[in-house]
Design a protein around this ligand. Sequence first.
Ligand code: ADP
Length: 473
Amino acid sequence: MKFANETLFLVFSLLLSGLFISAIPYFRKRKLSNFNNIWLLALGLNIFAFLCFASASTISPFLLTIANSSFVAGYFFLGLFARAINQRPTQFLSRLSPLLFIVFACVFEYIRQSSTFQVRVFFVVSTLIVCLVWILTELYSARKNKPHIQLDFLMFTTFAELLLGVIRLWLVLSNTSIVNINLYEEPFLSSLVRWLAVSFTVLSYVSILGFWAEVLSQENSKNIEDNIRIKSLLKEREALIANLLKANKTAATGALSASIAHELNQPLGASSINIQFLRRKLEGGLLNLEIGKEVLDALESDNKRVATIVRSLRSIFTEHESNLEEYDLADLIANVLEIVKPELKAKRIQMQLSIDKGLLVKISSNEIEQVILNLLNNAIQSLEGANSSLRSIVIVVKADGDSVLLSIRDTGVGVPVEFKQNLFELLSTTKQTGMGLGLWLCKHIVTRYKGSIWHEDVEGGGAQFHFRLPKAS
Ligand code: ADP
């Protein structure tokens, strides 16, 4: 009987060790510092207790005290685990636990030396019953909050352990013939009940492992759902930004439309006069070769002028976002200047250019033209408010390591000190009719191309904005 008992204790400790090892990945994955993982400690204590039970008769009977204390401690920690599932406070109880175990171990050691087997069984089993009732009540309310098939099973195994504990207690206490025996000499029937209870202990740990497997798989599927949701939110954000880009484009260029119309009217008016002149000469038979050539040259040059303005406008308004191509920044600046030229002329703004040619960037021209246009518009508007007689804008383009640097400097009013911090934020504006969209969009576009944009004050008044884009390789 002794040998069979020791072997079974060893077998069960090996079984539980297998569970312990298979549970480690869950423990690592959750990285929990709270009590949800305390069941692993309970499992470890159980394994240790069974090993002590298996070797106590060979090494020292004192190991029985350690084995029983660890066994009971395992159940206490299972109670803490069930409480943690319920999200009830466990800190105080866990701090109290060392004291409880020491008291339990002292009392058991005292009983072991001075009392009968029945008293020992009564002490251990009744403590276990208290723990099991506690675990059951915690599991019951956890289940009420959130039904869980694994928790149901754990409740069943816990209840079975409780029932078997009561039966064993009754069997041991009602058998008056056993007084001076030890655990290994326990009668067959109560031993059988004990082993049945231990089997349910193993099943309890299996169901806890199943519980975590289920929780983790639910978390994983939730993560997948979250990912899908985040992706669709990001798509929505992109669509919103695309709309903002369009709105800003209309606003930025809308303000220039009057002067563009004026600029177009000039060559068109001149062409119309030249055509009438040509017709009159033809009708009167007065057209000679020299006059005809002169008028045709004028018509051709006016036509080219109109075509250039229209081409520039088209390049700003056409959508070709997804077509990333290599562009010379100098060409993009020329396109934008064609649009703002009338306004610069009307407002007597001097434009100085220091542009290195042949610096290529891989971009959507439409977007970068918008950035340049926004910065130029801001510079023009800031010059309107400046007292200075010298109204000038300087555009510089040069290579800067692996990047191309573009700077637009004006002699305008400069950015108010208190505003500098929020300069590139959405909807931040100091203008009465401003939208506070321009600089935010500039930053958005430039960072999309892995570039950067920033502002600096100009000595003597004014502002300068720089942006950097990676050179096309
Ligand atoms: P908006 O032009 O609609 O106000 P922006 O985002 O383009 O929106 O500009 C935000 C604010 O930054 C402007 O209201 C202005 O106060 C300031 N700002 C931008 N560029 C300049 C500049 N060149 N000089 C002075 N202030 C500027």
